[in-house]
Design a protein around this ligand. Sequence first.
Ligand SMILES: Cc1cc2nc3c(=O)[nH]c(=O)nc-3n(C[C@H](O)[C@H](O)[C@H](O)COP(=O)(O)OP(=O)(O)OC[C@H]3O[C@@H](n4cnc5c(N)ncnc54)[C@H](O)[C@@H]3O)c2cc1C
Length: 389
Amino acid sequence: MAKKVVILGAGYAGLYCALELNKLATSQDAEIILVNKHDYHQLITQLHEPAVGAKNPEDITVSLNAVLGAKPIKFVKDIVVSINKEAKTVELGNTTLSYDYLVVALGSETEFFGIPGLKEYSFTMKSVNQATRIREHIEKCFENYAKEKRDSMLTFVVGGAGFSGVELVGELADKLPELTAKYNVPKDKVKIYSVEAAPSIMPGFDPELVEFAKKSLEDRGVKFSIGTPVVQVEPGKVHLKSGDVIETDTMIWTGGVRGVQQVIDAGFETEPRGRAKVDEHMRALGHHDVWIIGDACFVLSPEGRPYPPTGQISTQMGENAAVNIYSTIKHMKLEKFEPHLYGAVASLGRKEAVANLSPKFKPKGWVAYRIKDASKMRYLSSIGALFKK
Ligand SMILES: Cc1cc2nc3c(=O)[nH]c(=O)nc-3n(C[C@H](O)[C@H](O)[C@H](O)COP(=O)(O)OP(=O)(O)OC[C@H]3O[C@@H](n4cnc5c(N)ncnc54)[C@H](O)[C@@H]3O)c2cc1C
């Protein structure tokens, strides 16, 4: 009888897992059920674009019905509430599902590091809906400035200068001047701050590329505050450890990720930030019927460093989990998760990017921007969504 495989989350990891398992297994081997709270797949790696209005939300979503087509994958649009690993069931908003094998690919939540006021008074950017909220708020700031004339309405702070923070700052630097023209606001009133606790922006990136990125953004007016942790946020104010206070109506926090609550509540073994510990085959520790993949898990490289939470690694985890579920069904040897790291490309707005591809190949500027575009196209093609919406 076919094994019931329930996959929670249709992001990079979960969707890839479902598609790969469908390629390997026949319907006699596995009944595949994919659960997601929306009926679309989000290109989270592009969220900074709709967050400033550079693209529409529809440009970075893909209909799951279009991707799944006539494939024998059952899609359930619902919210995952909890997992009962002993009963082998998942509680959804509207029903309960049982499983033989479970894949948890619910992504991550935002880490606020216990900083007072940060959660309450900042925007986060982890979904298309959150990006839309940021865009609407930015427009409102410009719109209302004509009436209220408070400088804090045109001061934008991005907390965290990792990958997503820098990409967002780049988009803001390119888009806000357009809004000054639209709302007839003096350009010099607009301020963009990038605040980072670590001693450098974009940790892990090649120093030459980091320098290029910093200069490119500074040339477009971005002010960096590096090595200065945010210590408190209150309405209208961001307090830094240096003692500086930035008066702003807009704090966008991109400074950290943590695991998802459903994994913690289910009692799976996690590291201190709630990401699940998994074995070399991506199974939850001590649970050979549960795979936890993507940002929801924590995996160390052979050098002992955690792999970064990226779309690239998440899809590879999805592929590995699919192979190992199939091998489990067929009583075959499992495969170790050994990712191929192809480097990373961070955009710096509408025209430039930096690409950390290899020690010898580190393109920057327009060429890197085209590489970023090409990698998005390659990804869409790999999930069969290049011409589907
Ligand atoms: C702004 C930004 C830029 C980034 N840029 C890059 C980049 O350039 N390159 C790169 O490699 N990585 C980048 N990343 C990181 C990358 O997006 C993540 O590592 C990746 O999305 C993780 O994939 P995932 O499948 O684990 O989770 P997600 O892609 O987050 O997917 C999780 C899925 O689960 C669903 N879900 C969540 N909770 C529930 C629930 N309770 N019930 C039902 N469904 C639920 C969500 O709707 C979603 O579909 C970026 C991240 C951000 C935020």
